[in-house]
Design a protein around this ligand. Structure first.
Ligand SMILES: Cc1cc2nc3c(=O)[nH]c(=O)nc-3n(C[C@H](O)[C@H](O)[C@H](O)COP(=O)(O)OP(=O)(O)OC[C@H]3O[C@@H](n4cnc5c(N)ncnc54)[C@H](O)[C@@H]3O)c2cc1C
Length: 420
């Protein structure tokens, strides 16, 4: 009986501890951020919560043991992420944003590069934020367009022993850092060219360059204000002649396309788990409401067949998403990050199911669900982000899954069999 979703004793303990942490600490985030109308102020106000996240070891967990961290597996991170996200999405997104920012280095960095950049995050995990600077202001959906005039418009050109980066980015989680001036470390996705002619297609030029946040030329010019994920840092960042040593490039120009995809596979399974956390929150509220409310009728709402069936359908979808996310994360661990189809499908399925589930929970609770008196309208705002971020579901369907299915020899059973 090798198929078994039973948690180990250590995973049960992690789950229990993460749940207690989330309820005891993150439960306070909502009231604290509600006092601020500016997005950056809301983000900065979460610093004390993030300090506790770091103290609890969740940043250490993102760094491999070989470099001084606790090196959680993807599946263990998923178990923790579900618990944290069930209480608050903002602070855990900052935490996973650090992981996202470090992922290109972890996947493709040399031993020397890892030794150079990772210890800083062990030393001061609460203060130092990493950021993946991928999304351009002009769009990211066609980042690897083969036409040299199209695609990502952030460029790096060689000048002596340096790369000099120019471009405009946005939505880069953690990009402003806690001081509003820049993250501690950026992984900048750009097109690296020897000369400044901008004629090399993405397949030959796409690259990730590690950029310390204190490098001159990094300018935070504003923040996006979002109706959900209220305290996630979403800055607009200009890179103006940002000069870093040539040895900050990960691999070679051209490696960036696959590296970007592998980076987003890492988050895909975890976002599946995050969606489960948010759905769980909505279910718990709707379930309690249906058991306790009569709404001027004679019996609790749960006694009505339609309400009972809706609760069953909500719960069923949550269970399905959880096991899909677990399987995706296990496959990512087993494959050393190479598994792609299942994590990508998980991100799409769980994020779109999450929106539907919260809508159903709102339908169950009725008009009150649309007020700030219940958590459901806020959860819906958080949920609406899941399908559109992290590559966007339209984009990852097209760029990854559709392309995969067009390849000769596509094996429909590979994901189930754990082949990649
Ligand atoms: C909370 C949050 C956190 C985020 N964190 C990060 C981060 O840490 N780092 C980072 O770099 N980014 C981050 N992002 C940005 C996010 O990942 C991007 O929005 C995403 O990568 C690009 O989405 P998009 O496809 O909508 O892009 P766009 O380029 O804006 O495309 C918009 C839409 O145009 C249509 N479209 C475009 N081209 C095509 C085509 N060829 N075929 C069909 N349709 C097309 C699609 O419908 C697409 O959805 C974050 C965003 C949010 C909201």
């Amino acid at each position: 009986m090798p198929i078994d979703f039973t948690l180990t004793d250590a995973q049960l303990e992690l789950q229990t501890n993460a749940r207690a942490f989330a309820q005891g600490v993150l439960g306070g985030v909502r009231d604290v951020i509600a006092a601020h109308d500016k997005p950056q102020k809301r983000f900065f106000a979460t610093k004390p919560f993030f300090d506790e996240v770091a103290d609890a070891g969740f940043i250490n967990a993102l760094i491999p043991e070989a470099y001084g961290g606790a090196g959680y597996s993807n599946i263990d991170l998923a178990i923790a992420a579900e618990e944290l996200m069930a209480v608050d999405v903002s602070v855990p997104t900052t935490m996973l944003g650090v992981g996202l920012g470090l992922q290109p280095l972890l996947i493709h960095g040399s031993h020397e590069q890892k030794q150079r950049f990772l210890p800083a995050f062990i030393e001061k995990p609460a203060d130092r934020l990493a950021c993946l600077a991928f999304t351009d202001v002009g769009g990211a959906a066609n980042f690897d367009d083969p036409n040299p005039d199209a695609g990502l418009q952030t460029f790096a050109h060689r000048d002596g022993d340096d790369w000099v980066i120019n471009g405009r980015k946005q939505y880069n989680t953690n990009g402003s850092g806690w001081d509003g001036k820049g993250a501690y470390l950026f992984s900048v996705v750009c097109r690296a060219e020897e000369h400044r002619d901008r004629r090399v297609p993405a397949s030959e030029s796409m690259a990730v360059i590690m950029v310390p946040g204190n490098t001159p030329g990094i300018e935070i010019v504003g923040w996006h204000d979002m109706p959900g994920h209220r305290a996630v840092d979403s800055p607009i960042i200009h890179f103006n002649d940002v000069r870093v040593p040539a040895e900050n490039l990960l691999g070679e120009p051209g490696d960036g396309v696959e590296l970007k995809y592998k980076t987003f596979s890492w988050t895909a399974g975890l976002i599946g788990a995050a969606c489960v956390g948010v759905m769980r929150s909505a279910f718990d509220y709707a379930f309690e409401y249906c058991r306790s409310e009569k709404r001027a009728g004679s019996v609790p709402i749960i006694e009505y067949q339609n309400a009972g069936y809706m609760l069953v359908d909500i719960k069923t979808r949550i269970e399905a998403c959880r096991y899909m996310a677990w399987k995706a994360c296990v496959e990512l661990d087993r494959s050393g990050g190479l598994s792609e189809e299942l994590p990508t499908m998980t991100k799409i399925f769980a994020s779109e199911t999450c929106v539907q589930v919260i809508y159903d929970a709102m339908r169950l609770v009725g008009v009150d669900s649309y007020t700030s008196g219940t958590p459901l309208a806020g959860l819906m705002q958080d949920a609406l982000c899941f399908p559109v971020y992290d590559g966007g579901n339209m984009g990852i369907r097209r760029r990854r899954l559709h392309q995969m299915m067009q390849r000769d020899g596509y094996d429909p059973m590979a994901a189930m069999l754990g082949r990649w």
